[in-house]
Design a protein around this ligand. Structure first.
Ligand code: HEC
Ligand code: HEC
Ligand code: HEC
Ligand code: HEC
Ligand code: HEC
Ligand code: HEC
Length: 274
């Protein structure tokens, strides 16, 4: 084998075998099971108030809404616990309470159950438990495995290829919520720039193909610009460190919710040039 072939073999081995075993979320934590991936446990106030912490599942919600509806229009932070949601926010129709108000009817003709309220009857308690459920046996209306069985498989994360599921029309996440911010982008999205390749500064490592079009389907534009990416000429970004891409930039989403960093080849997908 010549040097090039060895370099290719090593980089493929690293990408395909070694790294996924070492890291799902970057550290040595236990890899979450497919139905746990994207789960957020929120407990700034609940336990203090004598209630179980709240469990929020991304897999249930992302089948119904795009990321931007919640993280842009409704203002949820992209870090667990950071929004500081309170019971009165929810009761006043903000955050979870925007949808979980006991009135809003969704696509399937169902009404989402109501979030927090001050007055609590015995009947209400069951409802409280649906969200304040951490550490409890609470019956769910949603069966992860039955749902995932209908969708294209992914390697890591939820074990679902969400991108393909959306493209095939098997999930149709709404990009706006009636009465909240009006229809999203009434004049259409700005034209996304064409796909481009990012070249990691390491010989033999496959380039990263970044698709604006595919990202816009879930994220619109403003979820990334200007908060995460400035949109300056992309030549500039090669001066940042890999830690920035893996953890701080692409990793904002590709750590806990979109497919994780350990799925190296999904980003480093273009064969290396020598
Ligand atoms: C129905 C609303 C909703 C949708 C849709 C949604 N999220 Fe979230 N997301 C939340 C909430 C709520 C939190 C927790 C915020 C908090 O704890 O303050 C969260 C947290 C996160 C976090 C931080 C997770 C952690 O463990 O720190 C990331 C990353 C994230 N979301 C990305 C996404 C991406 C990417 C999408 C689209 C694929 C998406 N979200 C869709 C509501 C949503
Ligand atoms: C953009 C609208 C929206 C927001 C915001 C939202 N949800 Fe939901 N959520 C839904 C819909 C729609 C369903 C499905 C309801 C149904 O079919 O019964 C759902 C389902 C759920 C379920 C599933 C219950 C079960 O049977 O397993 C839980 C728990 C839940 N949401 C918690 C939350 C929490 C906690 C928040 C805030 C941190 C939140 N949701 C924010 C729309 C939303
Ligand atoms: C749709 C999901 C949802 C449901 C249903 C729900 N809550 Fe909450 N609740 C939350 C979230 C999210 C928080 C913030 C959690 C945290 O940071 O501890 C919260 C926090 C609270 C708090 C903490 C103290 C405070 O003032 O913020 C109380 C008390 C509370 N809820 C009461 C209730 C009661 C009572 C019910 C049932 C009638 C209920 N909640 C049902 C989502 C829900
Ligand atoms: C998932 C994150 C993400 C989303 C969503 C996103 N972009 Fe970008 N955008 C990037 C990255 C990464 C770059 C390159 C780095 C930089 O310039 O900051 C970029 C660069 C750009 C550039 C400069 C292109 C160049 O060749 O220098 C434009 C223009 C742009 N984006 C427009 C858009 C538009 C319009 C949308 C919505 C249709 C959008 N972006 C959605 C991440 C995103
Ligand atoms: C705002 C959140 C967000 C950011 C930031 C982000 N992505 Fe994504 N990306 C997603 C979501 C959501 C998907 C859909 C697939 C999924 O959820 O697993 C996706 C899908 C992808 C795919 C799969 C495309 C395909 O053809 O199937 C690639 C590759 C990718 N992202 C690369 C990147 C790279 C590289 C960056 C940084 C330059 C980045 N992403 C930043 C949210 C994000
Ligand atoms: C979400 C997309 C994504 C995933 C998944 C991903 N990378 Fe990267 N990686 C990038 C981006 C973007 C860069 C920076 C490219 C640039 O500098 O232009 C990068 C750069 C690198 C570099 C260059 C290092 C340096 O010193 O600058 C290495 C090595 C690397 N990645 C290895 C990996 C390995 C191994 C995995 C799997 C554990 C992985 N990557 C997973 C997007 C990703």
């Amino acid at each position: 084998m010549n040097k090039k072939a060895i370099a290719i073999a090593i980089s493929i081995l690293l990408l395909a075998v070694v790294y996924p075993c070492l890291a799902q979320t970057g550290g040595r934590q236990k890899r979450p099971l497919p139905y746990e991936y994207g789960r957020v446990v929120i407990d700034n106030y609940s336990e203090q108030a004598g209630l179980a912490p709240v469990v929020f599942e991304h897999w249930i919600h992302r089948t119904k809404f795009t990321c931007r509806v919640c993280h842009l229009d409704l203002g949820f932070a992209m870090k667990a616990g950071e929004t500081g949601i309170t019971a009165s926010d929810n009761a006043g129709g903000y955050y979870c309470g925007t949808c979980h108000d006991g009135k809003r009817v969704f696509a399937e003709g169902k009404t989402a159950f109501q979030a927090c309220s001050k007055v609590v009857t015995e009947e209400d308690r069951k409802r409280c438990d649906r969200c304040h459920s951490w550490g409890k046996e609470v019956k769910s209306d949603f069966d992860f495995f039955a749902f995932a069985a209908l969708l294209p498989r992914g390697r890591l994360g939820n074990g679902i290829d969400w991108m393909a599921a959306e493209e095939l029309g098997l999930v149709k996440p709404a990009s706006s919520l009636d009465g909240v911010f009006g229809p999203f982008a009434p004049y259409g999205l700005p034209e996304p720039p064409a796909d481009f390749a990012l070249h990691p500064p390491v010989t033999g490592l496959p380039n990263i193909i970044f698709s604006h079009e595919k990202h816009a389907a879930w994220n619109g534009c403003a979820l990334c610009h200007l908060d995460i990416f400035t949109g300056r000429a992309r030549e500039l970004i090669q001066y940042t460190t890999v830690e920035n891409f893996h953890a701080r930039l692409c990793g904002v989403c590709h750590t806990n919710v979109a497919f994780p960093r350990a799925d190296c080849q999904r980003c480093h997908s273009e064969p290396a040039q020598f």
